[in-house]
Design a protein. Structure first.
Ligand code: PLP
Length: 382
């Protein structure tokens, strides 16, 4: 019985893929802070691969069910955006077309628009029905780009149905799985081709590293490994070390994030000054049934639409003491990020943020402290 390599998320993060004998028995792997390796060894040059990054990559591939037997691999790159742009560019060429969900991370949508200058078209769709993709399909469509749940209003796409449609048409599928993490969702199991992550968020987990990762199987990810060398965007060794350290506690942090996230979501749902809460694990979430089918939990990220004037909403955000105003999420620290909710809706916020929401990242602080902070701040709403 090989208990050392058992592949539950907890065991993967703690032990899987380690070779202690390579590092004099060191429990914590060293940082191979080197650009090159002497001829005749397993490594050549750190733009191509580096043993410190590989500790993290083996674990992420296992967490995402990209088994080495099927050519499964994870590739660490310099940011989540690098993962997104590198994965997209690997799937489309001039004259082709892609379909992207309208709720994808803003800069990912910006990149899709940027590609128009190279003759690559993009249609943005709601993506909550598989018919949205069927209707946007053209003979030159080569890529469907998903983000489920999306990180602003948490809309989901039916991964198995979209993957079936894409495979029948010979279209590649890429998903941003940052929000769920492989602890709660494994898109490759539903037939999705490539998974991208902002490792800056939950994987790093401590608001101290910027990195991304691309995961897949077979020929696609083998090609991407060569393309990462060509683009030159492999993450540096120190980032790989921070990521493998952060990853050790991912399952416990995700469990705590779900406990705190759900408690805050339920509190807000019951609050008279809150119009709507966006959190897939709530029974009232419109796609809750789909959530139960393809996810096994939710993290600490959620949004709500407050009642009250724009001025009182701004005052509410100002009054928060523990929830700090900042973008990003996935660390230990609670954050608030108004996504268009402090001013009248624009075309952009109507498209991607349901006209505007307040996004909260519920961190690892004491839940009573967090609820008290919200209570005193929500009092400001008129
Ligand atoms: N994907 C999602 C859902 C994000 O929220 C972010 C960053 O906020 C990114 C991708 C981009 O990641 P990075 O900031 O590491 O480039």
């Amino acid at each position: 019985m090989d208990l050392q390599n058992r592949q539950t998320p907890e065991d993967i993060c703690a032990h899987y893929g380690e070779d202690y004998s390579k590092h004099f028995g060191a429990m914590s792997p060293p940082i191979y802070q080197t650009s090159l390796f002497l001829d005749g060894n397993d490594y050549t040059y750190s733009r191509v691969s580096n043993p410190t990054l590989e500790v993290f990559e083996k674990k992420v591939a296992a967490l995402e069910h990209a088994s080495p037997g099927e050519g499964g691999r994870a590739l660490t790159v310099s940011s989540g955006m690098a993962a997104i742009t590198t994965a997209i560019l690997s799937c489309v060429r001039a004259g082709e077309h892609m379909i992207m969900v309208r709720t994808a991370y803003g800069p990912a949508r910006g990149f899709a628009r940027y590609l128009e200058r190279f003759g690559i078209g993009c249609t943005f769709v709601h993506g909550t029905r598989v018919e949205d993709f069927e209707e946007a399909y053209r003979p030159e469509t080569k890529l469907i780009y998903l983000e489920s749940p999306c990180s602003a209003i948490f809309e989901l796409q039916d991964l198995a149905a979209v993957a079936d449609f894409a495979r029948a048409k010979g279209i590649a599928t890429v998903i941003d799985n940052t929000c769920a993490t492989p602890v709660y969702q494994q898109p490759l199991d539903f037939g999705i081709d490539l998974v991208v992550h902002s490792a800056t968020k939950y994987f790093g987990g401590h608001s101290d590293a910027v990195a991304g990762v691309i995961v897949g199987k077979g020929e696609r990810i083998a090609r991407l490994a060569n393309e990462r060398t060509m683009w030159g965007n492999a993450a540096p060794p120190m980032q790989g070390w921070l990521l493998q350290r952060g990853l050790r506690t991912l399952p416990v942090r995700m469990k705590a994030a779900m406990e705190n996230g759900l408690a805050v979501a339920r509190y807000l749902e019951a609050h008279p000054k809150v119009e709507r809460v966006y959190y897939p694990a709530l029974e009232s979430f419109p796609q809750h049934e789909l959530y139960l089918r393809q996810m096994s939990g939710c993290g600490g990220l959620l949004s709500f639409s407050p009642r009250g004037s724009y001025a009182s909403r701004a005052e509410m955000v100002r009054r928060l003491q523990v929830f700090k105003k900042a973008p990003s999420w996935g660390g230990y620290d609670s954050l608030v990020c108004p996504l268009g909710a402090l001013e009248p809706p624009t075309e952009e916020t109507l498209l991607a943020h349901d006209g505007g929401v307040i996004r909260l990242y519920v961190g690892l602080e004491n839940i009573e402290t967090l609820l008290e902070d919200l209570e005193q701040a929500l009092d400001a709403l008129d």
